[in-house]
Ligand binder design. Sequence first.
Ligand code: DQA
Length: 145
Amino acid sequence: LSVLLLNGPNLNLLGQREPDVYGRETLQDVVARLEKVMEEWNGRLEHCQSNHEGVLIDAIHRAKGVHDGIIINPGAFTHYSYAIRDAISAVELPTIEVHISNVHARESFRHHSVIAPVVIGQIVGLGIDGYEWALRSLANKIGKK
Ligand code: DQA
């Protein structure tokens, strides 16, 4: 099992950024947790965080033929990036969308995801646990561990 973990803008600041909303754990903690799960399965995890839309799109394109699936927290791009949505459609890799915070309990601009129609499903509001559930669910869907 090979999975691409993608984190969008401002998620490099996880742990310091609005800790009441996003918690105190860092992106490094997230990656370490998923790597631990992957170790059990002899799987491979590639992680990419970027504050730039095009870098995320390039990473999605490169995943084709390399990874079995994608876990993405697109950050604020969730709400308006048709380009990221099209990239996910283009590569046809099973993808799960993660949001650390409960976007539905926040500002109304966060209620809509332009990414949602092209992913298997979303995990929202469960903190960084959501990334691990996404990985476990993706592995079940792909049927490969
Ligand atoms: C987020 C929610 C987005 O609305 C926000 O712009 C983020 C993080 C989350 O993980 O809760 O950057 O995707």
